[in-house]
Design a protein around this ligand. Structure first.
Ligand code: CP
Length: 309
């Protein structure tokens, strides 16, 4: 049973909690695919999305997940909210609490902002991405997709290529995948590999081909230009040539290897258009699975709250 009020990251989640979310997401996917995306599992509950950074997938999938389960949902547009008048994060959270909101989904450029919020509100806080720290629901949907397509996670070789240093997706995948027994191999320009990441269980490859050799999963990462200060690689075309994923690189992976990317993709930079649109790519399936995983988490947090709070 998910043993928490909030979902802030995967570092502290047990493998049993992660598997429970993945199992529940499989049930939720049946609702999505049924054609009748209506359930009353969260009837009478309310969810607010509070995004201090842009998003297409995470925000809309949380909003759809709430709707499909019968909850009310509201988005706070930070650009037009009282945040612009200087209201603090904690005051904003306490204001939402006063409206008896059940869930707050937050994305924030500062690592730790969701935790700070969670410590000050009664609502369940879900981390939709905080700085370079964590993006737990993205990693969960990635793991769900791996298990759905390959039948397991334990024993998989997962190659993660790209801007690891600025990627909260890479960090959450590293914690989640190693917990479930996969091995994570990373490759990027040296300027984009965080110091000490090997101590967290990552294998740093000497070349793109070495990272991908025998891999079950090849995951590209977006270059996080918004979190860089420039000068980390010579040019986008050289990045694509030496660090991107193309059909030639994929030949080193297992025959049935799958290609994932959290999105949004910079076409022709992190992945070639042929790879994005190729038979090995499950990037759009990841998006579908993102709704299922978020539905599962909302349901399990509700069950925890009913028993414990
Ligand atoms: N993968 C991801 O977080 O996408 P968005 O930025 O569109 O939410």
């Amino acid at each position: 049973m998910l043993q928490r009020k909030d979902l802030l990251g995967l570092k502290d989640c047990s493998s049993a909690e992660i598997y429970e979310i993945l199992d529940e997401a499989a049930e939720m996917k049946k609702i999505i695919l049924s054609g009748n995306k209506r359930s009353d599992i969260l009837s009478g509950k309310s969810l607010v999305t509070l995004f201090y950074e842009n998003s297409t997938r995470t925000r809309s999938s949380f909003e759809l997940a709430a709707k499909y389960l019968g909850a009310s949902e509201v988005n706070i547009s930070v650009a037009t909210s009282s945040v612009q008048k200087g209201e603090t994060l904690i005051d904003t959270g306490e204001t939402l609490d006063a409206m008896h909101v059940d869930y707050i989904v937050i994305r924030h450029p500062m690592a730790g902002a969701p935790k700070l919020l969670a410590e000050h509100v009664k609502a369940s806080v879900l981390n939709g991405g905080d700085g370079m720290h964590a993006h737990p629901t993205q990693a969960l949907l990635d793991m769900f997709t791996m298990r759905e397509k390959l039948g397991k996670i334990e024993g998989l070789k997962v190659a993660i290529l790209g801007d690891i240093k600025h990627s909260r997706v890479a960090m959450s995948n590293l914690f989640g995948l190693t917990k479930l027994g996969a091995s994570v191999h990373m490759y990027a320009p040296a300027t984009m590999i965080p110091k000490e990441i090997e101590r967290l269980g990552a294998h740093i490859a000497c070349s793109r081909e070495q990272a991908v050799e025998g891999a079950d999963v090849v995951m590209g990462l977006r270059i996080q230009l918004e979190r860089q200060h420039g000068g980390l690689f010579p040019s986008l075309s050289e990045y694509a040539k030496y660090y991107g994923v193309n059909d030639g690189v994929l030949k080193y992976a297992k025959k049935n290897a799958i290609v994932l990317h959290p999105g949004p993709v910079n076409r022709g930079v992190e992945l070639t258009p042929q790879v994005i649109d190729g038979d090995s790519s499950f990037i759009l399936e990841q998006v579908t699975n993102g709704v299922a995983v978020r539905m599962a988490i909302l349901k399990l947090l509700k069950e925890y709250r009913e028993k414990n709070l």
